[in-house]
Design a protein around this ligand. Structure first.
Ligand SMILES: O=C(O)CCC(=O)C(=O)O
Ligand SMILES: [Fe+2]
Length: 263
C-alpha cells in the first residue's frame, strides 16, 4: 500500500480538494480488496443487515449499488477499514492529527448505470469540518466510459454546509451554486487499485456507466478527531443520536472508531 504521502501530494490535495494516487494497492492487495468487498456486499444484499439503496427500484438504485458501513457487519471488511495506514494517509493529506471512520461504503456502478449527480458530501453528515476527507479505491479501472469521478477543483474552499441533498438531475447542485456552472470539471480516470482522496466539501460527481461491466469502488469517509455533532442524524445509531446535543464531541468508539492518531 502506497500510504506514504509526499509534501507535493499534500500541497496538490490542499489546492484542488482531491488527489489521485495511482497504484495505491499492489496487485495482491487489490485482489484481496475485491474479494472482501464482493463478499461483504453480497452478504449485505442477502441478509439485509444494514443500509443499502436497493430497497426501492427508483432512479437512485440504478446509480450504483450502495452498501454503507459494511465494517459493522463483515469481519474481513472491518480488518480492511481499520488499517492504520489508511488513517495516516488521509490524516496527512488533510493535515489533521487524528482520523476516525465516519462510514465506509461500497459503490458499484452497474453496467449502464445512471450518472452520479454533482454533490458535496459533508453537508449530509452529522459533523461539519473543513478537513473531512474520503478515500475512493478503484476496484476496477475507472474510465470516462464506465463512470469515473469528476471534480470541480478548489470548490472545497467555497462550499456551504447548508443541507444539499443529492438531486435526481445530474446538475441540480448548480441551482445552489450557479457561480460554479461555468467552471471546467476535471475527470479522475485511474487504474484499478488507485485511490482517489477528496475533501468532504469538494464538488464531485460521476458519469454513466456506458459499458457492459461494473465499475466497482470501495470507499470510506473520515472524520477528523475532535469533530462535533451538528444535529443531523445521517448514519448515527438511534441510541447514540438520542444521547447527543449539538456541539458534543463525537467520540463513541463503535460509531466513529479512531484508526490513526499522530504520535
Ligand atoms: O462512486 C461514485 O459514483 C460517487 C462517489 C462519491 O460520491 C463519493 O465517494 O463521495
Ligand atoms: Fe460523494
Amino acid at each position: 500500500m502506497k500510504y506514504q504521502i509526499t509534501r507535493e501530494q499534500t500541497a496538490e490535495y490542499q489546492k484542488n480538494g482531491y488527489i489521485v494516487i495511482e497504484d495505491f494497492l499492489n496487485a495482491k492487495e487489490l485482489e484481496h480488496w475485491r474479494t472482501v468487498t464482493e463478499d461483504a456486499v453480497k452478504q449485505r444484499l442477502t441478509e439485509r443487515n444494514g443500509l443499502t439503496n436497493q430497497d426501492s427500484p427508483g432512479y437512485y438504485s440504478q446509480v450504483f449499488i450502495q452498501a454503507v458501513r459494511l465494517a459493522d457487519t463483515h469481519v474481513g471488511m472491518a480488518r480492511l477499514m481499520f488499517d492504520e495506514r489508511l488513517g495516516y494517509a488521509a490524516g496527512t493529506l488533510a493535515g489533521v492529527n487524528g482520523i476516525r471512520i465516519w462510514h465506509d461504503q461500497a459503490l458499484f456502478k452497474q453496467p449502464y448505470g445512471n450518472p452520479t449527480a454533482w454533490h458535496l458530501d459533508d453537508p449530509n453528515w452529522s459533523f461539519h469540518s473543513p478537513d473531512a476527507i474520503s478515500i475512493w479505491v478503484a476496484l476496477d479501472r475507472a474510465t470516462l466510459a464506465n463512470g469515473c469521478l469528476w471534480y470541480l477543483p478548489g470548490t472545497h474552499r467555497e462550499g456551504r454546509y447548508e443541507l444539499s441533498g443529492i438531486g435526481h438531475n445530474i446538475g441540480d447542485m448548480f441551482h445552489e451554486y450557479p457561480e460554479w456552472k461555468t467552471r471546467k470539471a476535471i475527470p479522475a480516470p485511474c487504474p484499478a487499485g488507485s485511490a482517489v482522496f477528496h475533501n468532504g466539501m469538494t464538488a464531485h460527481g460521476a458519469g454513466a456507466n456506458m459499458t457492459p461491466l461494473p465499475r466497482r469502488a470501495m470507499t470510506c469517509a473520515y472524520m477528523p478527531d475532535g469533530s462535533t455533532f451538528n444535529g443531523i442524524k445521517n448514519v448515527l445509531r438511534d441510541d447514540y443520536f438520542a444521547s447527543l446535543k449539538a456541539g458534543d464531541i463525537l467520540d463513541d468508539p463503535r460509531q466513529v472508531p479512531l484508526i490513526w492518531k499522530q504520535s
